[in-house]
Design a protein around this ligand. Structure first.
Ligand code: ADP
Ligand code: MG
Length: 602
C-alpha cells in the first residue's frame, strides 16, 4: 500500500471536544461557574448582583446569576458563547493595562460546553433593541429568540457536567461545593464593596452585602461585627502601589490562612508571597502556627501585574514582587506597633434604647490611679497554696528584675491590680480608665514560654532530681517517648530506659523549679506522647509549650494581690503579652465607654 494514502493518525479535534477539554481548566466545580458568571456581571458594570442556587438532596442542580449591568445586544449574545470571543481586549498589549476581571473569552463557551445554559439579556438604554433569549446545550445552540426583558443579564446554568461523567464523579459533597461557593463570593464581595450582592440557596437568603464605600461594612456583613472590633486599619503608599485594609489584633488569630483575603486591583487572588508577608509583619506577636485575620486590597500599577498565568486567574505574577511583599510586611508591622493591641471586650449584644435624657446623664468621674490602694477582692491570708505558688512565680523571675523600676518599652500600659476572681482571672486597671481582665494561667504560661524560648538552644539549663522519677508507659507511648528522648535532652529533660516500657527521669529543666512533683513530670511526658505531632511545629516548640503550660500557675489557684501584680509585671516584659503560646488571649479590656454603654449611662 502506498504510504501516502495511509490515513493519518493525528487529527484536529472538533470544536465541541476542544471546548470540553478547555472546560477542564476553567470549570472545575460549581463554584467556578459562580465565579465566572459573577465576574462577567462585575465587568458589565452592575451595581447589584444576585446569585440563586438550587440543590437536590445531594447536588447543586442550578446556578442563576442576575445582574443590572450593561446587557448584550442580540448579536453580542450569540458571540458571547463563541470560544475566544471577548469585548474586553483586542491585542495582547491590552493585557498591560487590563481593568476587567475577564479577558480570555473562554468562560461562557466552556460553561455552555458542559452544561445547559439559558441566557436572557437586554442592553441598557437600548431604546428599540429587544431582549434576547438563548439556550445552549452542551455547546450546541438550541434556541435564539427575542423576548421582553429587564435591562441587564440573567444566566441560568443547569445540569453541570451532564455530558462529562468523569468530571461529575469528582464533585465533592453538596456541602463542600456550597462552602467553595461561599469562599469565592466572600473574596469577591470584599474586593467590590461598591456592589450589592445577594446569595440565595433554595430560596433562602444566605449572604447579603449592601453597596457601601466602607469596606468595614462589608467585612461586618460577612464575618460579623465581633470581628471588626479587633481589626486595625492599615494603609501604605508607594510610587507604584497603594495598600489599604485591615489586620487583626494578635489575639484574634486562626489555625489557618482562610481569613487572609487579598485582592490586587479588585481581583480576589491567592498569593502565598503576600500572605507570608502579612504573617511576617506580626513577627513574634503570633505563634508560628497561628495566622492573623487580614483583609487587604492592593492597587498596583497594571503593567507590574501579569494576570494571565492561570486559566482561572486565581494566581497572578508580580514584577517587583520583593518590594511589594516587603512593603506589605512593613505596613502590617508599623500598624501593629502603632496601635493598642489589647483586644476589646464584647460589646453589648443589641442596640440599646437610648436612656431618657437627663436621668442618667453621665458626668465622667476620673478614676484615681494608685491613690490609696483599693481593697483586695480576696483577703490576703496565707493559705497552703500561697507558698508553692510563690515558689512557682519566683522561678519565672529568675531571668528578669522582679520589681522593675521602669520598663524600657512595653506593649502594655502600666497596670495596677485590683483583685482576682475565682482563682482564674486577675482584675486590673490602667491609667486611662480601662478595666482589664487577665487570664492568670494564660499570662503565666506566656511568661514561662518566652523565658524558655529565649534561652540559647544548646544550653537549656537542667537540674537533677534528688530522687529520679520512674514512669511506666503503654507500649505505644513508650515507642513515641523513646524517639523523643534526644529532643527532650536538648530541652533539659534527662530520661533513660529503665527496662521494658519504663523510664527513669533524672533531671528536668530549671524553669520548672525545684520540683520533686512526680505527678507534674508524669503530666508533661503524657502531654508530649499523646499530642498529635503536627507538621508545622517542631519538637522543640512542642516541648517548650508543654513545659510552659504545665509549669504555669494553674487556673483555680487563688493568688494574692501581690502575686497577681507580679504576674502582670512579668507579662509586661514579654514580647507578646497578648496571647498565650497556643494563641488564646491573655488579656481583654473594657473601656469606660464600653461599661457606660452596658449600664446605659449614655
Ligand atoms: P471574558 O469575560 O473573558 O470576555 P466570557 O466568555 O466570560 O469572556 O464572556 C464573553 C463576553 O460576553 C464578554 O466579553 C462580554 O462582552 C459578554 N458578557 C458575558 N457576560 C456578560 C454579562 N453578564 N453582561 C454583559 N455582557 C456579558
Ligand atoms: Mg468572563
Amino acid at each position: 500500500m502506498n504510504r501516502l494514502e495511509e490515513k493519518p493518525r493525528i487529527r484536529v479535534l472538533d470544536p465541541a471536544t476542544i471546548n470540553q477539554i478547555a472546560a477542564g481548566e476553567v470549570v472545575e466545580r460549581p463554584a467556578s461557574v459562580v465565579k465566572e458568571l459573577v465576574e462577567n456581571a462585575i465587568d458589565a458594570g452592575a451595581d447589584s448582583i444576585t446569585i440563586e442556587l438550587a440543590s437536590s438532596k445531594d447536588t447543586i442542580t442550578s446556578i442563576r446569576v442576575v445582574d443590572n449591568g450593561c446587557g448584550m445586544s442580540p448579536a453580542d449574545a450569540e458571540l458571547a458563547f463563541v470560544p475566544h470571543a471577548t469585548s474586553k481586549i483586542t491585542t495582547i498589549e491590552d493585557l498591560h493595562s487590563i481593568h476587567t476581571l475577564g479577558f480570555r473569552g473562554e468562560a461562557l463557551a466552556t460553561v455552555a460546553a458542559v452544561a445547559r445554559v439559558t441566557l436572557i439579556t437586554k442592553p441598557t438604554m437600548s431604546g428599540a433593541v429587544p431582549g434576547t433569549r438563548m439556550m445552549v446545550d452542551g455547546g450546541t445552540v438550541r434556541e435564539k429568540s427575542g423576548i421582553g426583558a429587564p435591562d441587564g443579564t440573567n444566566i441560568l446554568v443547569e445540569d453541570l457536567f451532564f455530558n462529562t461523567p468523569a468530571r461529575k464523579k469528582f464533585q465533592k459533597s453538596k456541602n463542600t461545593e456550597l462552602a467553595h461557593i461561599h469562599d469565592i463570593l466572600e473574596g469577591i464581595c470584599l474586593s467590590h464593596p461598591e456592589i450589592a450582592f445577594h446569595l440565595y440557596h433554595n430560596g433562602m437568603e444566605q449572604l447579603v452585602t449592601d453597596q457601601t464605600e466602607r469596606s468595614l461594612d462589608t467585612i461586618a456583613r460577612l464575618f460579623g461585627s465581633d470581628v471588626i472590633r479587633d481589626l486595625i486599619p492599615v494603609e501604605q503608599s508607594l510610587p507604584f502601589m497603594k495598600l489599604r485594609g485591615f489586620v487583626s489584633r494578635p489575639a484574634l488569630c486562626r489555625k489557618d490562612r482562610a481569613r487572609m483575603l487579598i485582592s490586587v486591583n479588585q481581583r480576589y487572588i491567592t498569593s502565598s508571597g503576600i500572605s507570608d508577608a502579612i504573617k511576617a509583619g506580626y513577627g513574634t506577636l503570633l505563634p508560628k502556627d497561628r495566622f492573623p485575620i487580614a483583609f487587604l486590597s492592593l492597587a498596583i500599577d497594571t503593567d507590574l501585574v501579569d494576570v494571565n498565568v492561570h486559566p482561572t486567574k486565581k494566581h497572578i505574577r508580580l514584577s517587583r514582587e520583593k518590594e511589594i511583599t516587603e512593603a506589605v510586611r512593613r505596613a502590617v508591622n508599623d500598624t501593629l506597633l502603632a496601635n493598642d493591641l489589647i483586644p476589646a471586650a464584647e460589646a453589648p449584644a443589641a442596640a440599646w434604647e437610648p436612656a431618657p435624657p437627663g436621668i442618667l446623664a453621665s458626668r465622667p468621674v476620673p478614676y484615681g490611679f494608685s491613690e490609696g490602694s483599693p481593697a483586695p477582692v480576696v483577703a490576703e491570708t496565707t493559705h497552703a497554696g500561697t507558698v508553692s505558688t510563690d515558689q512557682r512565680l519566683r522561678q519565672t523571675e529568675l531571668a528578669i528584675d522582679p520589681e522593675p523600676t521602669y520598663i524600657v518599652s512595653s506593649l502594655l500600659p502600666e497596670i495596677e491590680v485590683i483583685g482576682e476572681f475565682g482563682g482564674i482571672y486577675i482584675l486590673a486597671r490602667t491609667k486611662t480608665e480601662e478595666l482589664l481582665i487577665i487570664d492568670q494561667h494564660a499570662a503565666h504560661e506566656r511568661i514561662l514560654y518566652e523565658q524558655v524560648s529565649d534561652q540559647p538552644t544548646d544550653s537549656r539549663p537542667s537540674q537533677e532530681l534528688i530522687s529520679p522519677v520512674v514512669l511506666h508507659r503503654t507500649p505505644k507511648e513508650a515507642a513515641i517517648l523513646r524517639d523523643l528522648i534526644p529532643a527532650l535532652a536538648d530541652e533539659g529533660f534527662v530520661l533513660e530506659g529503665f527496662g521494658g516500657d519504663s523510664f527513669l527521669v533524672r533531671a528536668v529543666p530549671v524553669v520548672l523549679g525545684r520540683i520533686e512533683d512526680t505527678v507534674l513530670i508524669d503530666e508533661i511526658i503524657s502531654d508530649l506522647t499523646n499530642e498529635q505531632a503536627s507538621e508545622s511545629v517542631t519538637n522543640r516548640e512542642r516541648i517548650t509549650r508543654v513545659v510552659a503550660c504545665r509549669g504555669a500557675v494553674k487556673a483555680g489557684t487563688v493568688c494574692t494581690r501581690e502575686q497577681c501584680q507580679r504576674i502582670v509585671n512579668q507579662l509586661r516584659h514579654t514580647k507578646n503579652p497578648f496571647t498565650c503560646p497556643h494563641g488564646r488571649p491573655t488579656i481583654i479590656r473594657f473601656t469606660r465607654k464600653d461599661l457606660d454603654g452596658m449600664f446605659r449611662r449614655i
